[in-house]
Each structure stands twice: as C-alpha cells, then as structure tokens.
Design a protein around this ligand. Structure first.
Ligand code: MMA
Ligand code: CA
Length: 245
C-alpha cells in the first residue's frame, strides 16, 4: 500500500503543514521586525533621552548663571543706590559750605574796603599832611633846593613833586608855602608843559598874568610869592618844595 501525501492533503496548495510553516515564518519575520523596530525605537528614545538630559543640564547651568548674574546686578544696584544717597548728602554739605564761604568772603571783602578807606583816610607818614586822601610832604623850613634836587628828595621819599590838578589842591599847597617848586616843567621841549608823572598839563593851568614868559630860559614851575599862582622860573633857583605820594 502506497501513501500519497499529496492525495491525502489534496496537493501543495491545500497542505496545512506548509501553511503553518509559512505562518510561522511570517510570524517570525513579523516578530523580528517588531523587535528590530522596538530596538531602533528604544535606541532612538535613549538617544532622545540623552539629548534631553544634556539640554536640561545646559538649561540648569544657564538658569544658575542667570541667577548669579541677577544677584550680582541686584548687589550692584544696591551699591549704586547707597553711593547716590551718599553723594546727595555730600552735595548738600558742599552747597551749605559754599553759602557759608560766600558769606564770609563778602564779610572779608567789606572789611578790606573799610581798611583801605581808613588807610587812605588816616595813614600818611609821620610829618606828612593829608588832603583828599593823598599825602603831602613839605620841605623843612629854611631848607631850599633847585628843581632837580627837590625832585630827587621827593623820589627818595617814595614820592614826587606835587601835581596840582584843582584849585582846591593849589589852595592847600599855597597855605603850606607861598613859594615852592611844583612837579611841572618844559625841560624836555620848550613850551610843552609836562607833569613829573609824564602827563601833559591839561587846560590853562593856574599861571600868573604874563606867565609863562621863559624869561632867561625858565623851564621849571614855581608857585610864586606874588599871588600863589604859577610862574616859570630858572630850574637852578633854590627854594622850598612840596612832594606828593
Ligand atoms: C622875575 C622872574 C620871572 C618872572 C618875572 C615877572 C624878573 O624875573 O620871577 O620868572 O617871569 O619876574 O616879572
Ligand atoms: Ca617867568
């Protein structure tokens, strides 16, 4: 008796063993694919996890750094506030100092003005006379000098021969001496009357009638015995003199 598997199961297309084999292989393949997929998926998940961990660590570090920076900035801000308040106080103190100093400066300025006034008002050297805040020295009685030596004497006294600019001043001088040298001459140029400080004679002056006449080369000016007005006289004449400082 022969056994025909084909006939028993009705040929290859109808064999359950073959189908089971195919199914088993397919299942195996399917499982392989699934496992492979899971492995891949896991691997990529692990990869993602690592990236996320790194990212998290970076973020944590960033947060830490930012927190540190924020703290540092807060400290700096607090310090600036303290400084600003201290500077405001200092500025107020300086302003108040300035006001005080300004006041004392003004007070000192007033004192200086007063001292200057009292100096010109009272302080002429001993033996000198004061008139309108200026000091005058009259040569000793009985002593006479020519114009040049009179002037030298005045200069040694840190003064010069008197310059007369007003009738008041002329009257003051003539009350001291009715004859005296004054600081006017035309020594440099005939007819050009100059005061000892280099200034020109302004206006008409206080000449006696008929003077200046340059009678016999007269280049120096005296207050004359005649009427207290001016006369040009020879510079070599020796008479008293008056200095002005
Ligand atoms: C004097 C002398 C002159 C003056 C005349 C005026 C004689 O000379 O003082 O300077 O001009 O008198 O008469
Ligand atoms: Ca004269």
């Amino acid at each position: 008796m022969t056994t025909d598997k084909r006939s028993k199961y009705g040929g290859p297309s109808q064999s359950p063993v073959w189908w089971i084999g195919v199914a088993a292989v397919s299942l195996g393949l399917f499982l392989l694919i699934v496992i492979f997929g899971l492995v891949i998926h896991n691997a990529s998940a692990i990869g993602h996890h690592t990236i996320l961990q790194v990212g998290l660590a970076t973020c944590q570090k960033l947060v830490h750094n930012l927190t540190t920076d924020k703290d540092a900035l807060r400290d700096e801000r607090d310090q600036i506030k303290i400084n600003a308040s201290r500077m405001t106080n200092e500025m107020q103190a300086l302003q108040s100092n300035y006001i005080t100093l300004n006041a004392s400066r003004n007070a000192l300025q007033q004192q200086v003005t007063k001292l200057n006034q009292s100096k010109t008002g009272t302080l002429c050297h001993l033996g000198w006379k004061m008139f309108n805040n200026k000091c005058y020295y009259a040569s000793e009685k009985g002593v006479t000098k020519n114009w040049n030596n009179s002037r030298k004497d005045c200069q040694q006294r840190r003064a010069d021969l008197v310059i007369i600019t007003t009738k008041d001043e002329l009257d003051f001088v003539t009350k001291i001496y009715d004859r005296t040298w004054i600081g006017l001459s035309d020594i440099q140029r005939e007819g050009k009357w100059k005061w000892v400080d280099g200034s020109d004679l302004e206006g008409n002056g206080f000449w006696q009638t008929g003077e200046p006449n340059n009678s016999g080369d007269e280049n120096c000016v005296e207050i004359s015995r005649r009427n207290g007005d001016w006369n040009d006289a020879q510079c070599k004449v020796e008479i008293p003199w008056i200095c002005e400082a």
